[in-house]
Ligand binder design. Structure first.
Ligand SMILES: [Fe+2]
Ligand SMILES: [Fe+2]
Length: 134
């Protein structure tokens, strides 16, 4: 059972961003599957790296789009990205030191954060970005 399944209720109305969100879901699901199988650090570590890289790339992309569209809530939105990035990087550092385990709670936190952020914050910029692109 995947933790996150992308469907239209997650659509922000911008195709490139919808694709990135569903890509993020796929990585979280991969991590979840690896955790359920009890995969070793040699498998989980690279997946976590992939999640961080993908997330950073996605946030940077969104931020460029919001800035280009002069989205009024840009600063608050960016602060949310910075906050999650910091939390994920802290976890990564602990995991690599060997004092943090990949747990259901962590993945649940990530899934909840992502779905809430997309549905509440990302969706708000949709109309600005589409208007700007038009
Ligand atoms: Fe997003
Ligand atoms: Fe966002």
């Amino acid at each position: 059972m995947p933790l996150l399944t992308w469907n239209n209720s997650y659509s922000v109305g911008v195709e490139t961003i919808d694709q990135q969100h569903s890509g993020l879901f796929a990585i979280v699901n991969e991590l979840h599957a690896a955790m359920l199988k009890g995969q070793a650090q040699s498998v989980v570590g690279p997946l976590l790296d992939k999640l961080v890289t993908y997330t950073l790339g996605h946030f940077a992309y969104e931020e460029r789009m919001m800035q280009a569209a002069k989205y009024p809530n840009f600063a608050a939105h960016r602060a949310n990205h910075v906050d999650l990035t910091r939390q994920v990087q802290e976890f990564m550092a602990r995991y690599k030191r060997g004092d943090g385990a990949l747990t259901v709670e962590l993945l649940q936190f990530l899934s909840n954060w992502l779905s809430k952020h997309i549905k509440q914050e990302d969706k708000q910029y949709g109309p600005f970005l589409t208007r700007h692109a038009a």
